[in-house]
Design a binder for this molecule. Sequence first.
Ligand SMILES: Cc1cc2nc3c(=O)[nH]c(=O)nc-3n(C[C@H](O)[C@H](O)[C@H](O)COP(=O)(O)OP(=O)(O)OC[C@H]3O[C@@H](n4cnc5c(N)ncnc54)[C@H](O)[C@@H]3O)c2cc1C
Length: 391
Amino acid sequence: MTEQGVGRVLVIGAGLGGLTLAHALVRAGLDVHVYEADDGSGERFQGHRIGLAEPGLAALRASLPQRLHELVEATSGGLTGPGLLFDEQLTELSRDLDGPQEGSRAVDRQVLRRILRGGLGDRVTHGKRLRGFAEGADGTVTARFADGTEATGAVLVGADGGNSVVRRHLVPEVGLVDSDLCGVMGRTTITDRFLRLVPGRGTMVKGPGITLMLGRMQFDREPSAAAAELVPGLDMPYRDSYVRWVLLVPPEHPAATDPGSAREDARELVLELIEGWHPDLRDLVRSADMSGVGRSKIYDRPMPPWPVGRVTLLGDAAHLTLASGGNGANTAMQDAVRLSARLAEAHRGERDLLSALGAYQGDMLERGNAAVRFGKEALKRFVPPRPQETR
Ligand SMILES: Cc1cc2nc3c(=O)[nH]c(=O)nc-3n(C[C@H](O)[C@H](O)[C@H](O)COP(=O)(O)OP(=O)(O)OC[C@H]3O[C@@H](n4cnc5c(N)ncnc54)[C@H](O)[C@@H]3O)c2cc1C
């Protein structure tokens, strides 16, 4: 820590966590730059809709400029009403299914990412894939990118997701392994017919040995119209409200053991797996914008502490949660505001920089590892235990 404050914070990854951190740091008066591997021209497929509960919503309130926050609120959707359980012929079995916490909101991932990108201007550089980093004896850390360039700052934050390069350098003993969570996902534009399938906070359809999850992304306001009014100039394409569905493919299914199928192949696979199901469900799939078959990965152990230095981790890079927990983005955003608060304390001279990073690490690992355990437990609701686990 110097009289000039902490110095520049280098954030690796412009995902939900990294961008939230950048906003929080700007608001706290710190110098930050975000380096993102994507070239920024397209939209990566990483799921459609996410549910934000209080930790995530509070983090956005605490970090975003007012107009951007208003835009998040305007483009989110309600997650209230009954949680329905149907059989494959749409016979209602329960209206009491567990759902998101009271007050949670649905947000479209791409819409949220565009909002989070707003207001950061040239503080974000695309096309910068981190390869490695080095801590200097002079209290600096230097990031090295695949294009041969470098950037130097006072702190480096690995917000580079589940396949994190920063995590591999910092905590090499932690590895990625397959989980039993395999699925095909689709997004189908909302019509009255499809809306009846998800009138509330979520719907689960349990067929013989297979589960289909449905969620609603019904924008309070169409995103491009809301953006044009609230944040003119923010790039936001037109989007229809939709039903997001996920078919959990049994982990032993050949398509799940060799994922990466093309989207149309995945549609055929889903239609095959739901042969004989209610026509509304089959038509939902026929009309969908599809993903291929995906198999989620997870870390092979809880994230251990590492020697505190000027490099730290945030979000999935530190605690790769399964989608079944619905808490990965929430936890990443909470990391962002907590890390920003600790760095701001150091910036104001209230504590030493390494003690700030140590305090953050302890808090983040406790919350993050708990979030991972929660996601694994939640998975059991959807995927029956494998034979060896029942013995
Ligand atoms: C299907 C699905 C549904 C989900 N639903 C929910 C939900 O309902 N609620 C919830 O809270 N969470 C949910 N999650 C989890 C949530 O999406 C993640 O936890 C969250 O995106 C993590 O944010 P992050 O910033 O840590 O990582 P990411 O959002 O993955 O961002 C990482 C960024 O780093 C960049 N990057 C990677 N490597 C490098 C590199 N070497 N150099 C530079 N940049 C790099 C990537 O391009 C990316 O932009 C879901 C996940 C999935 C897959």
